[in-house]
Every structure is written in structure tokens, then in C-alpha cells.
Write a protein that binds this ligand. Structure first.
Ligand SMILES: Nc1ncnc2c1ncn2[C@@H]1O[C@H](COP(=O)(O)OP(=O)(O)O)[C@@H](O)[C@H]1O
Ligand SMILES: [Mg+2]
Length: 326
């Protein structure tokens, strides 16, 4: 049983570089398992998803980029404000070719410069449309949509589309669109997952973001702790390491057994490293305490020493599934 039954839109955020794109991709594969069809969308134009899955550059056309265990499929999409604007003008104002002509005179740049919030509405609007799209038979085209969203510093404003456009349009299609998006984003069909590392800054940003989302009443999903490393010391060893009292004879025996040459200086350096490692483990414990105050489901993803390739994404997907993410 998944923790996110009924959630159709999964938004993934986190401090820059913590692994948002990697986790979005893994979550998409996890949700696609067992015959589901999911859409994985990025909005920052970085082509991060294409790199991860080792496929050609993504664009505004939804394209199959991976298959999941049990017959599922992941589609990829790079949402671009300009394309979204064309689609929007065509759809709501029946502008068709005129939209392209407007673009030639720099209309999109003009409009998004005078109203920066408009860009976000266009990007979230496309996500909204994909989440709700149905087949002629009335079934949803996608079982879930995963959005590789902007980083924590910008995500609340990005998602708070109504605030962005309220100064821009009080009536008309832009306003109606913003109202519909807002309704979805504030409903239990949405979950914003926050990715973090067990380090001060990402944890602080995760905590701040969960608070901000709470204030705007956007539902927070899971806290996903990425790049978790196995501790090399158990509880007792950790205390001894900090006091530089690890058993030196045992260390010498270990080095000899491994045929590693050593001098007393080697032992001193090892002791210093062990003390550092113990201090780092203490900080990680503190980070977990801070994250637990958020009272959200928490998933751990291991640090994969060989880096992230498509196979690694499948591995992370399985680990997410085991913990109830899908
Ligand atoms: N669990 C992991 N183990 C090892 N490397 C990881 C892991 N998660 C992410 N990375 C690496 O960290 C870097 C940043 O990840 P990325 O998903 O691009 O982050 P973001 O989208 O938040 O900027 C990339 O080089 C990626 O391969
Ligand atoms: Mg990214």
C-alpha cells in the first residue's frame, strides 16, 4: 500500500544539488511500476532528465523515456514558458498562428517581464493540464505526474500561482486558469516532497519550506533523505573515537591482517579521521531530529558511490517502493 494513494501530482523540491532530479526520476519509476503510466516533467530547462535516462533532449512533446518493472511507462516532458504560452493563446484565445507571430515580436518575453508570475502560471498550468487530461473513455491519461520543481528557495512562490497573478488578472482565462491550478495544488491530490541531505543548510531549507508550504496550505508529502552513508562506527566506538580512545592494538591488528604498512603517524591520522567521522555522525543525528519534528513520512536513499546512471535510478526506485513511496 502506497503512502500516496489518491495523490496525482507529486512535486519534488529541495536545496539546489541535493538530488531533486535524481529523486524525481526514481519516484517516477517507482510510481510507474506494475503497469502504471506516469509523466515526469521538468521546468528549469536543464535537460537533467534526458541525461539521467540517457535519452535525447526532451521538449514540449511528451515522449516515452523509460519502462518500469511490470509493464509501466515513464513519459518525459520539458515544460517551456514560450511553448506553454503558444498553447495557451491557441486554446483560450483561438489565436493559432497569430500566437507565433506575436512571439516573433517578442511578446512572450514582454509579457513575462511585466508579469513575472505569469511565467510560473504557464509552467504550472501545463502540469495541471497533464494531471487532469483524460482519454475519450474518461480515464486519466497519466496515473500520476511528477514535477522536478524549482529549488526550495523559490518553490513556494512558484506554486502560489494565485498570488502571482491576482495583481495581473482578476477576471478572464488567466484568472480562471490560476484558480483551477490553485484548487489542485491545495487539494489532497497534490503532495510536495522535500529532498534533503543530512547537512545543516539543506535541512534548514527543508524545514523552512515545509513551514512555508504549511502557511500557504499546500500539502507537504515526504521528506526524502538522499545520499545517506553507512556509519563506520557503532555507538560505543563513536564515543571512543571522539575521545581518541579507540583500541590502537586492534587497529594495528586490522592493518596487519590487511597487509597495510603503518607507522605511529598513520595511527594518529586514522584516529583523527575516526574522530571527524564520529562528529559527522553526531551532526547527522541532530539533522534527523530536526527533520522528525516535521512529522512527515521519511524515506532514506543511499549514497551510491559509483554515481547515478539509468541503472542506479532503477535501484533508487526500488528502495523508494520498499519504504512505501509507491
Ligand atoms: N543517491 C545518490 N548517490 C550518489 N550520487 C547522487 C545521489 N543522488 C544524486 N547524486 C548526484 O548528485 C548530483 C546532484 O543531483 P541532481 O539530481 O542533479 O540534484 P538537483 O536536481 O537537486 O540539482 C548529481 O551529480 C547526481 O548524480
Ligand atoms: Mg535538477
Amino acid at each position: 500500500m502506497s503512502d500516496w494513494e489518491g495523490v496525482r501530482l507529486h512535486v519534488v523540491t529541495g536545496k539546489g544539488g541535493v538530488g531533486k532530479t535524481t529523486v524525481s526520476a526514481a519516484l517516477a519509476l517507482a510510481l510507474a511500476a506494475n503497469g502504471h503510466k506516469v509523466l515526469l516533467a521538468e521546468v528549469e530547462g536543464r535537460q537533467g532528465l534526458a541525461h539521467l535516462f540517457d535519452v535525447g533532449p526532451l521538449d514540449y512533446t511528451e515522449r516515452r523515456i523509460a519502462s518500469a518493472p511490470g509493464g509501466g511507462e515513464v513519459y518525459g516532458l520539458a515544460i517551456d514558458a514560450r511553448e506553454a504560452m503558444h498553447e495557451y493563446l491557441t486554446l483560450f484565445y483561438k489565436l493559432g498562428r497569430a500566437a507565433r507571430a506575436l512571439d516573433r515580436v517578442g511578446f512572450v518575453e514582454f509579457a513575462t517581464t511585466i508579469a513575472p508570475g505569469l511565467r510560473d502560471v504557464l509552467l504550472t498550468g501545463k502540469t495541471y493540464e497533464s494531471t487532469r487530461r483524460q482519454t475519450s473513455g474518461g480515464a486519466y491519461v497519466y496515473d500520476a505526474v511528477i514535477l522536478d520543481a524549482p529549488p526550495t528557495g523559490r518553490v513556494t512562490r512558484f506554486l502560489d500561482v494565485n498570488a502571482s497573478v491576482s495583481s495581473l488578472a482578476r477576471v478572464g482565462p488567466v484568472h480562471r486558469q490560476a484558480t483551477s491550478i490553485t484548487k489542485l495544488l491545495h487539494s489532497p491530490r497534490t503532495a510536495v516532497h522535500v529532498v534533503t541531505l543530512l547537512e545543516d543548510m539543506p535541512v534548514q531549507e527543508a524545514v523552512d519550506t515545509v513551514t512555508e508550504l504549511g502557511e500557504t496550505e499546500i500539502p507537504v508529502g515526504a521528506v526524502i533523505v538522499n545520499q545517506v552513508r553507512k556509519p563506520h562506527l557503532n555507538g560505543e566506538e563513536r564515543i571512543l573515537a571522539k575521545q581518541r580512545e579507540l583500541d590502537r592494538e586492534a587497529i594495528v591488528a586490522g592493518l596487519q591482517a590487511a597487509a597495510v604498512p603503518h607507522t605511529p603517524a598513520t595511527l594518529d591520522r586514522l584516529a583523527a579521521e575516526a574522530a571527524d567521522h564520529a562528529a559527522r555522525l553526531d551532526l547527522e543525528d541532530d539533522a534527523r531530529v530536526d527533520l522528525s519534528t516535521l512529522e512527515r513520512p521519511m524515506y532514506d536513499l543511499p549514497h551510491l558511490p559509483d554515481g547515478i546512471d539509468p541503472t542506479a535510478v532503477y535501484e533508487l526506485a526500488e528502495i523508494l517502493q520498499e519504504q512505501g513511496a509507491a
